[in-house]
Design a protein around this ligand. Structure first.
Ligand code: ZN
Length: 81
């Protein structure tokens, strides 16, 4: 079964819908079982939406900068586990 760290590692690809179906299935199964990852994914998506909104408003953040922020957030979150 997928563990929490693997889910966090694939969260971006899962959100982008760029994973093969069997990985999507294992992530969805893990999300059914794990409240911590459900909470993580909710925060992850909120952060992505906020980052996109800020970038749109300011038009100063590049995709690379947004990715760097997201990677930092993912790293911080994984360090807290
Ligand atoms: Zn989990």
């Amino acid at each position: 079964m997928l563990n929490c760290k693997s889910l966090v590692d694939q969260a971006s690809d899962f959100t982008d819908k760029s994973l093969p179906w069997h990985r999507v299935l294992s992530i969805k199964f893990h999300l059914l079982m794990c409240v911590h990852c459900r909470r993580f994914m909710r925060h992850f998506r909120t952060t992505i939406n906020l980052s996109a909104h800020i970038a749109k408003e300011n038009e100063q953040l590049s995709d690379t900068e947004v990715s760097e922020v997201m990677d930092s957030i993912k790293q911080l979150d994984s360090e807290q586990k």
